[in-house]
Design a protein around this ligand. Structure first.
Ligand SMILES: NC(=O)c1ccc[n+]([C@@H]2O[C@H](COP(=O)([O-])OP(=O)(O)OC[C@H]3O[C@@H](n4cnc5c(N)ncnc54)[C@H](OP(=O)(O)O)[C@@H]3O)[C@@H](O)[C@H]2O)c1
Length: 273
């Protein structure tokens, strides 16, 4: 099998970590991590792994990361933008800085790193881990939904515009069992605790997130789809992963007023249960 060069972000946890385990043995992987403790762990997985620190809330680290990769290689076959976080809560309560952080991490960081690597991605691929949230039908996680839709829009434009023959793929998983859910409860706890008008909704959101951390699909399902898109000569523009994501893609084609009523009814029904 031909050795490829990959750049992946969010590689120390969840989907990124599972992907790393599958590709590191036979390929060169530049593996982005945020938590500095992970550098050593990543190095121990394989000598094919070149860990690099990147924190999308600190723009200077994007430059350092890109400079590091550009100093080590002249060609990247596939860039896989995986890093992500969830900002949640009622639209009327979430601080603007938190909404900006959501976009820094889930959109602008990926955009900036990708742009800095475009010259060595000639004839290569960018695979983004978007989400079924990109279909835009989930209340109380609007920053997350908007960020994923925005990510897809920017990169779809890049696909249309670029003259470097770079293919762009959006992968939209449904609920996957990863630490993302626990982190989202921790990171958004101030909204969950202080929304006096939405106490029941926040309670439901937390219990749902707790369940999702274990009842979601296995990360391996997402990795299978990433590798399928990576291998394909002509990959699809968008892949859903999981039945829930497939259903979300169908529902998103219905009239917005119908979707809104469906969601309001569904939320009420599920909160009662
Ligand atoms: N889990 C799901 O149900 C699901 C569904 C659809 C889409 N996704 C998407 O899948 C991707 C991977 O998430 P996951 O589920 O595997 O969760 P995860 O285990 O929490 O992975 C997220 C990764 O992003 C990194 N990250 C977070 N904030 C960052 C920042 N400011 N700068 C750089 N890296 C940062 C995290 O670093 P740390 O290890 O330091 O936290 C972690 O490695 C995300 O884009 C997520 O939106 C997940």
């Amino acid at each position: 099998m031909k050795t490829k060069t990959y750049v992946i972000t969010g590689s120390a946890s969840g989907i990124g970590r599972a992907l790393l385990n599958r590709i590191a043995e036979d390929n060169i992987v530049f593996a982005g991590y945020r938590n500095q403790e992970h550098e050593k762990t990543l190095k121990e997985i394989s000598s094919n792994i070149y860990p690099f620190y990147i924190d999308y809330t600190r723009p200077e680290t994007i430059k350092y990361a890109a400079d590091y990769i550009l100093s080590k290689c002249t060609k990247v076959d596939t860039l896989i933008n995986i890093a992500g976080c969830v900002v949640a809560g009622p639209v009327e309560n979430i601080e603007m800085d938190e909404i900006k952080r959501q976009f820094d991490v889930n959109v602008f960081g990926h955009l900036e790193l990708s742009r800095k690597l475009l010259d060595i991605l000639n004839d290569g691929k960018i695979i983004n881990i978007s989400s079924m949230a990109s279909f835009g039908i989930f209340p109380f996680i609007s920053p997350y939904c908007a960020s994923k839709r925005c990510l897809d829009m920017f990169f779809n434009s890049l696909l249309i515009e670029n003259k470097k023959n770079i293919q762009v793929v959006s992968i939209k998983p449904g609920v996957i069992a990863t630490p993302l859910w626990g982190k989202s409860i921790q990171e958004n706890s101030k909204y969950f605790d202080n929304c006096k008008d939405y106490v029941d909704e926040m309670r439901y959101l937390i219990s749902n997130a707790q369940k999702n951390e274990t009842r979601g699909l296995s990360v391996e399902k997402v990795v299978d789809v990433i590798l399928k898109a990576d291998r394909a000569r002509h990959p699809k523009l968008s892949y859903t992963v999981g039945f829930d994501a497939f259903i979300a893609s169908i529902i998103s084609k219905l009239p917005q007023s119908f979707i809104n009523n469906l969601i309001k009814f569904g939320l009420k029904y599920r909160m009662k249960k």
